[in-house]
Design a protein around this ligand. Structure first.
Ligand code: PLP
Length: 397
C-alpha cells in the first residue's frame, strides 16, 4: 500500500512506527517497553486470545520480558510454571488468595517475615480467612492443627532472624495426608541453596527483590509450581494487576545471570564470618546453619543442595547498647533493613522487623536485644573480617 501524505503533527505522534525490522538478533534480550501490542487482523486477535505462543496482547497480562523471566525462574526452581509480580508481598498474596476461600484456615510458621504475618493477620482475616501461627518444629502439634482442618500450610526455608530450619519433607507429607497445600517462602535460601519443590512443597514463593535480583535496585516477586496450581494464581494476578514493568523484569533477569556466582561467594563469606564470630569473646551466640555446632546443621545437610546461605545473626554482649556500639563502629558495613544485596549489611531485629513485639515476647522467640542480623555480601572476606573485628573489639575495652 502507498503511504498517505502525513501532517507534521501526525508524523510526531507516530514517531518510531515502521522502524526497519532487524536483520540480526540482539545478543541480550531487549526491553519490550510497551503496554500493548498491535494486530494485523482479527484472526490474529483470536489467535492471541486463544494462547498462541508469542501472541502478546496487553502488558498487565503478559509481556516478552515477563514471560522469559517466568520461564527462567520456573526452570531454576525445578517447577513447571511461574508467575512473576511486582513484589514478594504480591507473590504471597496472589498465591494464597488463589487457593483459599472465605472460611478456609491456613497454618503459618510462627517466626515468618513480619510483613507476611501482617498481610495474613490484617488483610486476609478481613475476608474470612482464618490464620493460625504454628511452631512447625513440633510435628505432633502440626498434625493436631492439620487434623482440626487447614487448607494451606505456609513455611519459610530459613527463618528470620534466627536462621532456623523446619523439616519441609516431613511437613509436606503430613500436610498432604490431610489434603493441605504447602507453600514455602524460599527467599532467604535462593534456589542455589534449597529447592523446596524437590522436598515435597507444592508452591515456592520468592521476594525477587533479594538474592535473585541481588543488586538492591528493583522490587519483584514470583510463585513457582505445577502448571495446574499456577492456573488460578495467574488468573488472580491478571485480575488484581500487580504486574511488574518490562524494565524491572529485564533487570531481574540480568541479576539471575550472576546468581550462582554471587551465591557461591555469599555462602563462602558467611561461613568464614560465622566461624570468626563464634570465636570472638564479645559474641554470645551465632545463628548460622553452616556451623557444625548449630542444631540446624544436620537438617541443612539433608535439605540444602549446596552451601548454607548468606544470612546469619549473632548476639553481642551488652544488649541494645552493645549492638548499637558495634553497628556504629562498623566502617564498611552499613545499617540497612533489607538483605541479599552484593554489599554486606547489618540490621537490628529488635528495632526493625520485630519492634512490634514486647521485650518478653521477643525473648520468648529467642530474639535478644543484642542480636544483630548480618546479610553477608560478596566483598573480599578479609575486609569484612577486619571491619567486624575492630567493631567487636570495642566491646572488650
Ligand atoms: N519474604 C521474605 C522472607 C522477606 O524477607 C520479604 C521482605 O523482606 C518478603 C517476603 C517481601 O518481599 P518484598 O519486600 O519484595 O515485597
Amino acid at each position: 500500500m502507498d503511504k498517505l501524505p502525513l501532517t507534521w503533527e501526525t508524523m510526531a505522534a507516530r514517531a518510531g512506527k515502521g522502524a526497519a525490522p532487524l536483520a540480526t538478533t540482539p545478543t541480550v534480550n531487549p526491553i519490550y517497553q510497551t503496554s500493548v501490542f498491535t494486530f494485523e487482523s482479527l484472526d490474529q486477535v483470536d489467535a492471541a486470545f486463544a494462547g498462541q505462543p508469542g501472541g502478546y496482547v496487553y502488558s498487565r497480562i503478559h509481556n516478552p520480558n515477563h514471560a522469559v523471566l517466568e520461564t527462567t525462574l520456573a526452570e531454576l526452581e525445578g517447577g513447571e510454571a511461574a508467575v512473576v509480580v511486582a513484589s514478594g508481598m504480591a507473590a504471597i498474596q496472589i498465591t494464597c488468595l488463589a487457593h483459599l476461600q472465605a472460611g478456609d484456615r491456613m497454618l503459618v510458621t510462627r517466626d515468618c517475615y513480619g510483613g507476611t504475618q501482617v498481610q495474613f493477620l490484617q488483610e486476609f482475616t478481613r475476608f474470612g480467612i482464618k490464620v493460625d501461627l504454628v511452631d512447625f518444629s513440633d510435628l505432633e502439634m502440626v498434625a493436631k492443627e492439620l487434623d482440626a482442618g487447614a487448607r494451606l500450610v505456609y513455611l519459610e526455608t530459613i527463618s528470620n532472624p534466627l536462621m532456623k530450619l523446619v523439616d519441609i519433607k516431613a511437613i509436606s507429607k503430613l500436610a498432604h495426608d490431610y489434603g493441605a497445600l504447602v507453600v514455602v517462602d524460599n527467599t532467604f535460601a535462593s534456589p542455589y541453596v534449597c529447592q523446596p519443590l524437590q522436598l515435597g512443597a507444592d508452591l515456592v514463593v520468592h521476594s525477587l527483590t533479594k538474592y535473585i535480583n541481588g543488586h538492591s535496585d528493583v522490587m519483584g516477586g514470583v510463585v513457582i509450581g505445577s502448571g495446574e496450581l499456577l492456573q488460578s494464581i495467574r488468573r488472580v494476578a491478571t485480575n488484581l494487576g500487580p504486574t511488574p514493568s518490562p524494565f524491572d523484569n529485564w533487570l531481574i533477569l540480568r541479576g539471575v545471570k550472576t546468581l550462582a556466582l554471587r551465591m557461591e561467594r555469599h555462602c563462602a563469606n558467611a561461613q568464614e564470618l560465622a566461624e570468626m564470630l563464634a570465636a570472638h569473646p564479645a559474641v554470645l551466640s551465632v545463628h548460622y546453619p553452616g556451623l557444625t555446632t548449630a542444631v540446624d546443621h544436620e537438617p541443612a545437610l539433608r535439605q540444602f543442595c549446596q552451601g548454607f546461605g548468606g544470612m546469619l545473626s549473632f548476639e553481642v554482649t551488652g544488649g541494645t547498647e552493645g549492638a548499637e556500639e558495634v553497628m556504629r563502629a562498623l566502617r564498611l558495613i552499613d545499617l540497612v533493613p533489607s538483605l541479599a544485596g552484593v554489599t554486606t549489611t547489618v540490621s537490628h531485629p529488635a528495632k526493625t522487623s520485630h519492634r512490634g513485639l514486647s521485650e518478653t515476647e521477643r525473648a520468648a522467640l529467642g530474639i535478644g536485644d543484642g542480636l544483630i542480623r548480618l546479610s553477608v555480601g560478596i566483598e573480599a572476606v578479609s575486609d569484612l573480617k577486619a571491619d567486624l573485628g575492630q567493631a567487636l573489639d570495642l566491646l572488650l575495652a
